[in-house]
Design a protein around this ligand. Structure first.
Ligand SMILES: *Cc1c(COP(=O)(O)O)cnc(C)c1O
Length: 341
């Protein structure tokens, strides 16, 4: 198969239309079979549930080429299960996780020419999503839905090495207790746009959100979970019902325990103890781990000993081991790598 003529190394993180996308429709209580289509346009009622009351959720994952030339996806079954959870909480029909994985695989296969070659650092980003497509004017769930999967090639997350970022403690909340923080709902992102733009305007890369009820515990950023390393080498990651369960974070926890023999604590993390940690990173599909060098708490700075030049040593090891597993250099745990072709 001939690859598209794309300057992989210089791609950014943006939408670049590919050949095919998967579309399935839910009507009269059932999902249809779904199909691949070349049509990139969505046509829905002007009164669609998604447009009026934001009834939509999504997933994000990557397909990439391994060292031995296979196209693979990392743990798509977990994305499928998480999307089921998102749908239930938003009164949307579940698209079964087995069918989700099949739709993702079909879409990636159909766009194989856009999967960047091994070594380019680029990947094919996969975006499954669902939305209420039929008209609703009274506040209630839509009766019809569309599930779609599109792909878009994206460039290397870190161009020229992973430089630590600076984040600020946000005065805004990301998720209410018993709210929707644990699901990947579009609405969680809509309301995060103002705080992230404000953070950028003030010169910060990201927001650290604290728990909305007490503002004493670390939750996550707008799109990534935290992982900390203590001065004696333990990995600590916040536990909360209002955090989005990152698949990258769950995988890093397994890597820390089973591959690196590190002690891992998944527990509530008080903001007060953050100043005593040795390393801090943000984890999510896009970057795997983004090192945090500095946290600004209303003008008071917490500077991690790992500094502003490079990742801390434990973060680095976690990063190398997980990306090694993803790229096929290190034996993956059973079921982690889905081979597309
Ligand atoms: C998607 C997302 C993450 C990262 O999850 P991954 O499965 O690791 O990509 C973390 N936090 C939020 C709020 C997210 O939406």
């Amino acid at each position: 198969m001939e690859k598209k003529n794309i300057d992989w190394a210089n791609l950014g993180f943006g939408y670049h239309e590919t050949d095919k996308r998967f579309v399935a429709n839910y009507k009269n209580g059932n999902w249809d079979e779904g199909t691949l289509t070349s049509d990139d346009k969505v046509v829905i009622s002007e009164c669609a549930g998604v447009l009026q009351y934001a009834q939509t959720c999504f997933e994000g994952m990557k397909a990439y080429t391994t060292e031995d030339g296979h196209i693979v996806i990392f743990r798509p079954d977990l994305n499928g299960a998480r999307m089921e959870d998102s749908c239930r909480r938003l009164e949307m029909p579940v698209f079964p996780k087995e069918r989700f994985v099949d739709a993702v695989v079909q879409t990636v296969k159909a766009n194989a020419a856009y999967v960047p070659p091994f070594g380019s650092g680029a990947t094919l980003y996969i975006r499954p999503y669902m939305f209420g497509s039929s008209a609703v004017i009274g506040v209630k769930p839509a009766e019809e839905y569309q599930f779609r999967v599109f792909t878009t090639p994206v460039g290397p997350y870190f161009k020229g090495g992973a430089k630590p970022i600076t984040i600020r403690v946000s005065d805004y909340d990301r998720a209410a207790p018993h709210g929707t923080g644990h699901i990947k709902a579009g609405l969680n992102y809509a309301m995060s746009l103002y705080p992230i733009m404000e953070a950028h305007r003030q010169g910060f890369d990201e927001n650290m959100y604290l728990d909305a009820a007490t503002r004493t515990k670390v939750e996550e950023t707008g799109g990534a979970n935290f992982i900390f390393v203590t001065k004696d080498g333990k990995v600590v990651t916040p536990k909360s019902d209002s955090i989005l369960p990152s698949i990258t974070r769950r995988s890093l926890v397994a890597v820390a325990k089973d591959y690196l023999g590190l002690e891992v604590e998944e527990r509530e993390v008080c903001f007060d103890e953050v100043k005593d940690f040795a390393e801090c990173g943000l984890c999510g599909t896009a970057a795997v781990i983004s090192p945090v060098g500095k946290i600004n708490d209303h003008g008071k700075e917490i500077c991690f000993p790992s500094g502003m030049e490079k990742m801390g040593p434990v973060t680095q090891k976690l990063y190398e081991t997980l990306t090694g597993i993803q790229m096929g250099r290190i034996q993956a745990p059973e079921g982690w790598i889905k081979v597309v072709e």
